[in-house]
Design a protein around this ligand. Structure first.
Ligand code: MG
Length: 203
C-alpha cells in the first residue's frame, strides 16, 4: 500500500505559502509507516520546530490501474476519508530553497493520520463537500471541494500515467488555506459535511 499526495491543489493555499499556482499536479509520496489510524495520538517529532497541519480529502483506490483515462477514473476510487498531511515546514522550506526532495518534511512516521472511510455514494456531489479542521475548539482550516484545482479524476489520470495504482492505495488530494503550526497538547477535530471524522491529540 502506498500513499500519494498532491501539493498546491487549492489556489488560496498555494498563495499563502508564496508558491505559484501549478499548471500540472505536484505530487509526492509517504510510506505506509506514515499512516496513523483510529485517532491515535500524533507524537510531535523532535527534528522540527514547525510541524504544520494540512487537512485533506483522502481517496481510497479500489482497483488496480495504469494509464487510466479521466473519463473512467471515478471507477477507481470508491471511498473517501479525511486525513492530515503533517508537514515539517521548516525542513520543507530549507529543502525547497536548495531544490532538494521533500521526503524528510513529508514522509516521517505518523505524518498521515486518516479517518474511517465512507462510501462515496453517501455524498451527492463530490465537488460540493465542506470540510474543516478545528484545533482546541477553534476552526483553523475550512475548505470546499469546489475549489480543487485538479479534480479527483484528473489526479488519478495524471498519477496513473507514471505510477500504477493498486487496490488500497490512498491519495491525499491537497489542502485549503489556513495551514499552521501544531503544538504538543493540541486537540485536533476534523469534520466532513458536519460529521466528525478525526479526533486526536498531539503528544
Ligand atoms: Mg498537503
Amino acid at each position: 500500500m502506498k500513499i500519494i499526495a498532491i501539493g498546491r491543489n487549492y489556489a488560496e493555499h498555494a498563495k499563502e505559502l508564496n508558491n505559484p499556482v501549478p499548471t500540472v499536479p505536484v505530487i509526492f509520496m509517504k510510506p505506509d509507516t506514515a499512516l496513523l489510524r483510529e485517532n491515535k495520538p500524533f507524537y510531535h517529532p523532535d527534528f522540527s520546530e514547525d510541524i504544520h497541519h494540512e487537512i485533506e480529502i483522502v481517496l481510497k483506490v479500489c482497483k488496480e490501474g495504469k494509464h487510466i483515462s479521466e473519463k473512467f477514473a471515478s471507477n477507481y476510487y470508491d471511498e473517501i476519508a479525511l486525513g492530515v498531511d503533517f508537514t515539517a515546514r521548516d525542513i520543507q522550506q530549507k529543502h525547497k530553497e536548495k531544490g532538494l526532495p521533500w521526503e524528510l518534511a513529508k514522509a516521517f512516521d505518523g505524518s498521515a493520520p486518516v479517518s474511517n472511510f465512507i462510501p462515496k455514494e453517501k455524498y451527492g456531489d463530490l465537488y460540493k463537500l465542506n470540510f474543516k479542521l478545528d484545533i482546541n475548539g477553534q476552526t483553523r482550516q475550512e475548505g470546499n471541494t469546489r475549489d480543487l484545482l485538479f479534480s479527483f479524476e484528473r489526479i488519478i489520470a495524471f498519477v496513473s500515467r507514471y505510477i500504477t495504482l493498486k487496490k488500497g492505495d490512498l491519495i491525499f488530494t491537497g489542502t485549503p488555506q489556513g495551514v499552521g503550526k501544531v503544538n504538543v497538547g493540541d486537540h485536533l477535530q476534523a469534520y466532513l459535511e458536519n460529521e466528525k471524522m478525526l479526533d486526536f491529540y498531539v503528544k
